[in-house]
Design a protein around this ligand. Sequence first.
Ligand code: NAD
Length: 320
Amino acid sequence: MSVNYRKAAVIGCGFVGASIAFRFLQQGLFSHLVLVDANREKAEGEAMDLSDGLPYGASMEITAGTYNDVAGCGLVVVTAGVNQKPGETRLELIGRNAAILKSILHEITSRKFEGILLIVSNPVDVLTYLSKELSGYPRERVIGSGTVLDTARLKQLLGEELGVDSRNVHAFIVGEHGDSELAVWSGANVSGLDLQDFCRLRGKALNPQDMDRLYREVQGSADAIIRRKGATYYGIAMAVGRIAECIVKDEHAVLPVSAVLEGEYGLEKLALSVPAIVGKNGLEKILEIPLSQTERTALDSSAQQMQQAIQQVSSDLAQA
Ligand code: NAD
């Protein structure tokens, strides 16, 4: 069966999956979107509700489906799983979500699926690595949403701080999508202007304390939202929409997706977010960007935490 890049599936239609489906409708990227959920009625209800908006949106079909509909899809987005409670870390979800992921991968790999698998469920880096290992797909076809969302949060906060459009801010959050993530300040710029040069021109000051405050706001963003409204979903829906757009339009765009490293940055046997080129084949190339010594140390420490989590969950899954 050939791959239809205009057909996508979302597995898990809770807050995140339904918001991603809504974003896909707005983007008009796909001609057919299939919604799959363990709760079939939830998928049906979401498909019906979303379809009501089609006359004012895109020309596409949105249906509730089964894993049989995943065959032939160009993109499958996995959002099934439990979400964090206030104060809970993403890594604490690992046991429950790894078991759910394993059952979903069993369904997908037993069908003829040759498209891109995009993991969103948390802890996203560990689940991206497990997805690649359990599916046997090449790493190009298995990516995680990674720190695309966290990077958007940093751009937005920096844009506000400096009084400039956040789309002109170029700065990455890399590492774990979680507590050990880090900001790559050494390469941050505003439309090509070094951050400090831009601050001078804009009449603003950005000292190390300000940078630390912004980083901590990014790092604590999900928890701050979850404490107020119980879940996060619009930001991630925009981030996934952007990744999907890069794939469908074969953009070769640079995004900090989560990917399995095979020696890049001297790391392997884990998935982490680092800037990469994304196009219709998924992961095209991981970019080894320059890092300061402090950033390099923080990336290594983040990688170490991911490797420990992977080891733990792999032995739990083997015993299950
Ligand atoms: P939710 O509880 O609202 O929805 C989860 C959905 O998954 C439910 O509809 C449930 O029925 C379904 N589900 C459970 N097991 C399933 C299975 N085996 N097969 C198919 N469907 C199944 O949760 P949510 O708020 O939508 O969050 C979903 C996941 O996304 C969580 O793991 C959360 O941490 C993660 N998330 C990731 C990011 C990110 O940046 N990567 C951001 C926000 C949330």
